[in-house]
Design a protein around this ligand. Structure first.
Ligand code: NAD
Length: 412
């Protein structure tokens, strides 16, 4: 079959197997170079050797797994929820995981991937088994050094009640209206959203808040997989003030507040008693992933942001963000003591420092006001945005022949 992208309302509903494999493999090569020397530092004993990534198949989670494995030589267990291919291609994450496992095997790295709903008790139990097996295969004690929680999901079935909760991306208290950019053709529109109801707020917190992260920590502790060296991470976004009505002060922001609440509770319950080292929420930069492209303000804001950051040599993708997170925040030399990890006044790790710099935000705001449909490709990095979006689904990847027949039997 020949596969071309099918995009509807900022959602790409198909994937290109070869494009995903080439893109993930390139990211692995990039990680090896960027993290070169990672294994040889005097602090090697403190670097993570056994790593669990929940949400491992795309975006920040995929980069977190790649950098841990190919940068630090860690044995990794990944969890994601992918549709496998049958007669039709599977989800992009299916092929990203395949590429990861192939490259890990070539490099002699232990890697196990669990495909299942991370919110369920069954997947947690299966993962605990996979971590023990991975540790055994790698000749390591079954103690997780780093646990990365990087889920982005629109729905969650609560394992206790069986109720399925759906998140809503809405403002709270007042309606939202903002300029939007159609990434495929560069036309502008207006997005409007009515304020969320109390139920919608509660449901979004249930899906994207911290409850499931806490359940994971509890399950790992019951499975005997935590140690005073274990570090736990979950990702969040804050963004510039003009995005707050729809993001930080909206339903998703409420959920992220709950993630921070969970982080404090995890530290109070587990780190204070020496059961883990420490847990952090890390604030990441806005990037184009399958999850972020559907947020109304993102295509316009990120296209302007990328233009400004690229012009100033400050642009980072998912991998560069994670490399900086690992090397300069979580595991720099002398980082054996978690108290030495640099955090802000609320205890969060900050990787959005460059994005939120005053000079960057001033330039981005000016651009967002001045841009028109006539100059959008010249004035913003819409082309870069569109490329990253397509690449997240295996399209627009350099060197891949999109007119060639795809034989799915090559991807199992
Ligand atoms: P993504 O869509 O690229 O990846 C999400 C991952 O979660 C995938 O591996 C997917 O398979 C997995 N997943 C979703 N539902 C699942 C389920 N039920 N069970 C198992 N796995 C499941 O998302 P992303 O943008 O990398 O987001 C990851 C985290 O980073 C989120 O918490 C997000 O808020 C945060 N973040 C993202 C950005 C951004 O701009 N993309 C910025 C800052 C923080």
């Amino acid at each position: 079959m020949i596969i071309k992208p099918m995009v509807r309302n900022s959602i790409c509903i198909n994937s290109h197997p070869e494009g995903c494999v080439v893109s993930a493999t390139r990211q692995i090569e990039q990680a090896k170079k960027a993290m070169a020397g990672g294994k040889a530092t005097p602090e090697a004993a403190e670097l993570p050797k056994l790593v669990l990534v929940v949400g491992c198949s795309a975006g920040y989670g995929l980069s977190s797994r790649i950098a841990a494995a190919f940068g630090y030589g860690a044995a990794t267990v990944g969890v994601s929820f992918e549709k496998a291919q049958d007669k039709k291609p599977g989800t992009p994450g299916f092929y990203n995981n395949l590429a990861f496992e192939r490259e890990a095997a070539k490099s002699g790295l232990v890697a196990k991937t669990v495909n299942g709903d991370a919110f369920s008790d069954e997947t947690k139990a299966e993962t605990i088994k996979a971590v023990r097996e991975a540790a055994d295969k790698a000749g390591l004690p079954a103690k997780i050094d780093l646990f990365v929680y990087s889920l982005a999901s629109p729905v969650r079935t609560d394992p206790k009640t069986g109720i399925q909760h759906k998140s809503a991306l809405k403002p709270i208290g007042a309606p939202f209206s903002g300029k939007t950019l159609n990434m495929m053709d560069g036309t502008f529109g207006t997005a409007t959203a009515e304020p969320a109801s109390d139920d919608e707020i509660a449901n979004t917190v249930k899906v994207m808040g911290g409850e499931d992260w806490e359940l994971w920590i509890g399950a790992l502790e019951s499975g005997g997989l935590l140690s005073p060296k274990t570090r736990a991470l979950a990702y969040t976004y804050i963004g510039p003030e003009h995005s707050w009505p729809i993001y930080k002060n909206g339903t998703i922001g409420r959920a992220k507040e709950d993630l921070e609440r969970a982080c404090r509770d995890i530290n109070g319950r587990y780190a204070a008693g020496g059961k883990i080292g420490w847990a952090w929420v890390s604030v990441q930069k806005a990037l184009v992933t399958r999850a972020s492209a559907v947020i109304p303000i993102i295509p316009l804001y990120v296209s302007c942001l990328f233009k400004v950051m690229k012009e100033r040599g400050l642009h980072e993708g998912c991998l560069e963000q994670i490399v900086r997170l690992y090397r300069e925040r979580l595991y720099p030399e002398g980082s054996a003591d978690p108290a030495k990890v640099a955090v802000d006044e609320a205890g969060r790790i900050r990787l959005d420092d460059w994005e939120l710099r005053d000079d960057i935000q001033e330039a981005v705001c000016k651009k967002m006001e001045a841009v028109t449909e006539d100059n959008v490709f010249a004035e913003t990095d819409l082309a870069g945005f569109k490329h990253d979006f397509l690449e997240a689904h295996g399209f627009d990847v350099e060197g891949v022949d999109y007119d060639a027949e795809v034989d799915l039997s090559n991807y199992q």
